[in-house]
Design a protein around this ligand. Structure first.
Ligand SMILES: Cc1ncc(COP(=O)(O)O)c(C=O)c1O
Length: 402
């Protein structure tokens, strides 16, 4: 690879990369575990893992070996043919989720898109076409048209309207409003068990039980979007059942490939029974490389004992964050579970992110006032202490400026 200076990297992007991202001025060139290194050799503790993707940390030896081996064997053949890994991955996901069938795609938004289409397909097959979806305020489900249509943020939606019609947004954690909104025209209710981009806001069990009640009153399907909250992030395979939600469809992505692009829609048998050949598809979805990476991640998660460890280190992280909140009055609330946490601030979170970066810790801002943490699932207690030490200094610097 040609070596270039940071200025050259940034200038080249400024000329040729579509300017949809406002990047922080850092160029990462290497990673190891929970650490990232920039082009100047500076080290950072990564409490974000590429927005919940680098679940096994960076340059994980087992994942690197699996990907290299698969690349030297066979990467892609398309879904016109069988290969040995897709069924194995689907079986593993079925065991984890309780939903027997998987459709593979390449990202979170495609997983949501598939769930929305399968919900429509279900009602079409029953001869009772239902077009409406119920979604929630503060929701984020992705950027393609269907997923964007059930995403509440006006800033993301407005430039692209008209979106898919028939979506109603209901205030989150408001059981009465939900029960009033869901009807026999509702195809599905789509919920993030923990709203991630919306500011790390878990649904309450009372709200989850209202979703269940509304669905059983009307037949509406339940879609749990676990792209961010799923696959061990909370210390559980999925967060929906933890709050008492039993979805007909689950969307997953992010952590599944440990950095290799792979997503999936997990589907109940009653929905799967309404899907026919040709109803949906993807050229890349579930190719050998993606499945091999995902199988390696799942090996670590269950047989490798990662899931149990997340619960333990998650408790440690929570204690550290609550202690930090007690020291810094600008932290109003601490929300989350396992290794997904949001610190709600009394102000814009951007300066904390910048100060953190300057001190070698990576977190990000979401919903304007929230500092979000999504560390690699392999993070250890000493690494958490070291990272929180740096974040504490960053909070001190921002607090001192007030
Ligand atoms: C809950 C949820 N759904 C869907 C998506 C979209 O995933 P992707 O960016 O992989 O398309 C995200 C991304 O942040 C998400 O958090």
């Amino acid at each position: 690879m040609e070596t270039t200076t940071i200025d050259e990297v940034q200038a080249l992007e400024a000329r040729h990369v579509l300017q949809t991202y406002k990047r922080s001025p850092v160029t990462f060139v290497r990673g190891q575990g929970v650490r990232l290194y920039d082009a100047d050799g500076r080290e950072y503790l990564d409490l974000l893992s590429g927005i919940g993707v680098a679940s096994l940390g960076h340059a994980h030896p087992g994942l690197a070996r699996a990907i290299a081996d698969q690349a030297q064997t066979l990467i892609h053949t398309s879904n016109l043919f069988y290969h040995p890994l897709q069924g194995q991955l689907a079986e593993r996901l079925a065991r984890l989720s309780g939903l027997p069938r998987a459709f593979f795609c390449n990202s979170g938004t495609e997983a949501v898109e598939a769930c929305l289409k399968f919900a429509r397909r279900y009602w079409h097959a029953r001869g009772e076409p239902r077009a409406e979806f119920i979604a929630f305020e503060n929701s984020f489900h992705g950027r393609t048209f269907g997923a964007l249509s059930v995403t509440s943020n006006e800033h993301y939606r407005a430039p692209f309207e008209p979106l898919v019609p028939g979506v109603r947004f209901v205030p989150v954690n408001d059981p009465k409003a939900l029960l009033a909104a869901v009807s026999r025209s509702t195809a599905a209710i789509i919920a993030e068990p923990i709203q991630g981009e919306g500011g790390v806001r878990p649904l309450t069990p009372a709200f989850a039980s209202a979703i269940t009640e509304a669905a059983s009153n009307t037949g509406a399907l339940i879609i749990a979007d676990e792209v961010q909250s799923g696959l061990g992030r909370t210390g559980y395979p999925f967060y929906a059942p933890v709050i008492g939600l039993h979805p007909d469809l689950i969307s997953i992505g992010k952590a599944l490939g440990g950095g290799v692009a792979v997503g999936a829609a997990l589907v109940s048998q009653k929905v799967a029974d309404t899907i026919a050949f040709g109803d949906h598809g993807s050229t890349y979805g579930g190719n050998l490389l993606a499945c091999r990476a995902a199988l390696c991640f799942l090996d670590e998660l269950d047989t490798g004992g990662l899931l149990g460890r997340v619960a333990l280190v998650g408790d440690h992280l929570e204690r550290g964050l609550r202690a930090m909140a007690a020291r810094h009055p600008l932290i109003k609330e601490v929300r989350g579970a396992g290794l997904i946490w949001g610190l709600e601030l009394t102000r814009d979170a951007a300066p904390v992110i910048q100060q953190g970066l300057a001190r070698g810790v990576i977190v990000n801002r979401t919903a304007e006032t929230v500092v979000r943490l999504l560390p690699p699932l392999v993070i250890t207690e000493p690494e958490i202490d070291e990272a929180l030490g740096r974040l504490d200094v960053a909070f001190g610097a921002v607090g001192a400026d007030e």
